[in-house]
Design a protein around this ligand. Structure first.
Ligand code: GUN
Length: 282
């Protein structure tokens, strides 16, 4: 069965829009505002940011885009973030990644005030996730948890194998699955005999950025397959999982596109609404 992330994301968008309409009745003079800092002209980032702005306007969030030249210094970029931190009209701040090589990503992100860190990428937010405290959770792995719950897929006691250990997806994914009482294994691009691990997965999450890495013989029958990959192969968009062959034996599988991708934006926007409500003592 296909896990239709696109359809589910559209349902959540509608819920967010209704929620925002209610909030606007309570705070008619205020706007829920997300500031997006985009450094340079990375082609993929341009597309992601355009989609974020489009979805913001669809649900009624004000998106303000701050474009900066790729030659900006670390200190100048931090100063932009500090100004956004102290601007009461700004509820959430994200710095689109990746950044140009001369900028240290974690150092820049750690300048974002915790209460506005709606990507959940700062050291403080990640530490809170690790220790089980309330925090803004990174939208892609959190969206995956919500998608699994939406389809009533039980995680408790299941063996979840996460392939990939990025700060944005793999590591927070493993922690969120652990919070759901799954038994979690983290594998990655340097794991020896990867198939020994993937074959044992009841729930397999793949986020390594290697087109069609996971083949049918690497997957257990009736496993749940979550494909976070976004690769371009011969001009065609495909995931990290060979969809056609693996879908023959999986119980559930996300397609690419239309699986995990659409969820990232909606949970970023849900975090932005939460930030607004918190900042207004709700
Ligand atoms: N680059 C790729 N994914 C993301 C994301 O979710 N947030 C930000 N800020 N940058 C990204």
């Amino acid at each position: 069965m296909i896990l239709d992330g696109k359809k589910y994301a559209n349902e959540v968008k509608l819920e967010l829009k209704n929620k925002i309409d209610e909030i606007k009745k309570i705070y008619p003079e205020k706007e829920i505002t997300l500031s997006i800092v985009l450094v340079g002209n990375n082609e993929a980032s341009e597309i992601y940011v355009r989609n974020k702005i489009k979805t913001c306007s669809l649900v009624g969030i004000k998106a303000s885009l701050i474009r900066v030249d790729e030659t900006i210094t670390e200190e100048a970029l931090k100063e932009i973030i500090r100004k956004l931190n102290s601007d009461e009209k700004v509820n959430g701040i994200i710095v689109q990644l990746p950044l140009p090589k001369h900028l240290k990503e974690q150092t820049i992100i750690d300048e974002i005030a915790e209460k506005k860190d709606v990507d959940g990428f700062s050291t403080i937010s990640k530490g809170k996730l690790l220790s089980g405290a309330e925090a803004f959770y990174p939208a892609t792995p959190y969206g995956i948890i919500r998608l699994l719950k939406h389809y009533n897929i039980d995680m408790c006691g299941k063996h979840a194998v996460v392939v990939g250990r990025s700060n944005i997806v793999g590591k927070p994914m493993a922690l969120l699955l652990l919070n759901e009482n799954a038994t979690v294994t983290i594998a990655h691009s340097k794991t020896n005999n990867l198939e020994d691990y993937t074959k044992e997965a009841d729930i397999l999450v793949v986020a390594v950025g290697k087109a069609k890495l996971i083949t049918k013989d690497m997957v257990k029958e009736n496993a749940v397959i979550i494909d976070v990959g976004m690769n371009r192969k011969d001009g065609v968009l495909c995931g990290d999982v060979g969809f056609l062959e693996v879908s023959q034996i999986a119980s559930y599988i996300t397609p690419v596109p239309g699986g995990v991708g659409p969820l990232t934006i909606v949970y970023l926007l849900e975090n932005t609404i939460k930030a607004f409500l918190k900042q207004n003592n709700k």
